[in-house]
Design a protein around this ligand. Structure first.
Ligand code: DX5
Ligand code: ZN
Length: 220
């Protein structure tokens, strides 16, 4: 059986916001699988980005899966708005959800895929009680808040640990890795068990994004 192709999700955070449509077309042309939308509230993380209004605009420009990463406190308040705006997948942070199980059920009840993200200092073992309920885990390989940061190597062990845990609890779970992904470390991350790579800088700031996408997906 051939290996599953690695999924690529360019992070819109590093796109050209003066010409978002062109950036999205570039991602499509490069064979992107998802468009990763980083939502930050200036509270959970020390940065502010955009809300459902921009996600809606992105959705209007593309048929790709909209993968929305909510780096916000108390995300339950806005989940419905982001799904109405066109998010196909909603990922919340474990650290931001006092009632994580309830939040996951809420996302699914609204028809979207449910993901949970954990920060670099959060152990994967905390995901165990909800793993069977999840479609996706987004492992942070930088501290969330900004694009262009350096990959934290400790993430590799966490990917492998999560890969082992899903065999038992949820073989269909998608493991995505977010932060500091480069053409150099992509194969290491995939070998550890990642199915999807989020890439901002390594895609949108590459001299040749189409060639970069092929390398990130392991096609050359
Ligand atoms: C960081 C965001 C990432 C970020 C990745 O808080 O969650 O999605 O855009 O950017 P790069 O690939 O540049 O590290
Ligand atoms: Zn992200």
């Amino acid at each position: 059986m051939p290996a599953k192709p690695t999924l690529l999700a360019p992070s819109i955070l590093s796109a050209d916001f003066t010409n978002l449509k062109v950036s999205i077309e570039l991602a499509e042309k490069a064979g992107a699988d998802w468009l990763h939308c980083d939502v930050m509230d200036g509270v959970f993380v020390p940065n502010i980005t955009f809300g459902p209004f921009i996600v809606q605009a992105i959705n209007q420009c593309s048929d790709l899966i909209i993968d929305t990463h909510l780096m916000i406190t108390d995300p339950d308040r806005f989940i419905e708005d982001f799904i109405k705006a066109g998010s196909d997948q909603i990922t919340v942070h474990l650290e931001a959800c006092p009632h994580l199980h309830r939040t996951i059920q809420f996302i699914k009840s609204l028809g979207a895929k449910a993901g949970v993200s954990i920060n670099p200092a959060t152990p994967v073992s905390l995901l165990e009680p909800v793993l069977a309920d999840l479609d996706l885990v987004l492992l942070m390989s930088v501290n969330p808040g900004f694009g262009g940061q350096k990959f934290i190597h400790g993430a590799v062990r966490k990917i492998a640990a999560l890969d082992a845990m899903r065999m038992e609890l949820n073989p269909e779970l998608v493991i995505a890795v977010d932060g500091g992904i480069t053409e150099e470390n992509a194969s290491l991350v995939v070998a550890a068990g990642a199915d999807a790579l989020i890439a901002g800088t390594a895609f949108f700031r590459a001299p040749d994004p189409i060639a970069a996408a092929r390398k990130l997906k392991g096609l050359e």
